[in-house]
Design a binder for this molecule. Structure first.
Ligand code: C5P
Length: 221
């Protein structure tokens, strides 16, 4: 059977990355976490002392950085300029800044270019915000994965662990803010593609959701 591309988009904390990883593993496809790429650019921009609203500077940075995604057994590893930055991408500081960096035209252009290159041979499960609408509009299977804001905040809360200096309510507010920025930006906003299948994962296990997508994937190959 021939390989297809699968796009999984949706708001923060809907379970996209876990589900996408399981689907990729079941189909023996390559999982690509595009959020990690925007997080890596954000890390580099903050480290360089750049304003996260500076399209010129951060755009150039995004073009010059070397970003390599290595599929791992648990999370995908992210290597930037030969350094493994994976463990530094999920901090509150990155969470708070990433949606500003992701608004920049120069950054989005470069990320989309890299992502299309990764999907060229087909057989990828790519998760993000604009994959079905913008990066891979021809993806054979498109999913828009959501859950209630409370459920999404709870998942991220558990992911951050007991040392996180934030309450569940604060986290829910920050997630809502990030979703708003992602939905309202000018270039490639977070949006359900007209031909995407909507899945609400509230109260469902990741296994159930992944299995549903795998079946659709198999039907499309
Ligand atoms: O998926 P994750 O929460 O790691 O994404 C972090 C941020 O990266 C999103 O809130 C969004 O601002 C940006 N992003 C994007 N386009 C994508 C993936 C992520 O703008 N395809």
């Amino acid at each position: 059977s021939h390989k297809i591309n699968i796009a999984i988009d949706g708001p923060a904390g809907a379970g996209k990355s876990t589900v996408a990883r399981m689907v990729a593993s079941a189909l023996q496809y390559i999982y690509v976490d595009t959020g990690a790429m925007y997080r890596a650019v954000t890390l580099k921009a903050l480290e360089s002392g750049f304003s996260t609203e500076d399209n010129e500077l951060v755009g150039r940075l995004a073009h010059e950085m070397d970003i390599v995604l290595l599929p791992g057994s648990d999370t995908q590893r992210v290597i930037v300029d030969d350094e493994d930055v994976t463990s530094r991408l999920r901090s509150l500081e990155i969470n708070r800044n990433v949606s500003y960096v992701a608004r920049l035209e120069g950054v989005r252009k470069r990320m989309a270019e890299l992502q299309r290159r990764m999907a060229q041979q087909k057989g990828v499960v790519m998760d993000g915000r604009d994959i079905g609408t913008h990066v891979l509009p021809d993806a054979e299977l498109k999913i828009f994965l959501t859950a209630t804001p409370r459920e999404r905040a709870t998942r991220r809360f558990l992911e951050l662990g007991p040392d996180a200096d934030i309450t569940l309510d604060q986290l829910e507010a920050e997630i809502a803010r990030r979703d708003q920025l992602d939905q309202e930006r000018e270039i490639a906003p977070l949006l359900q593609a007209p031909d995407a299948r909507l899945i609400d994962s509230t109260g469902r296990t990741v296994d159930e959701v992944a299995e549903e997508i795998v079946q659709w994937g198999l039907a499309a190959t």
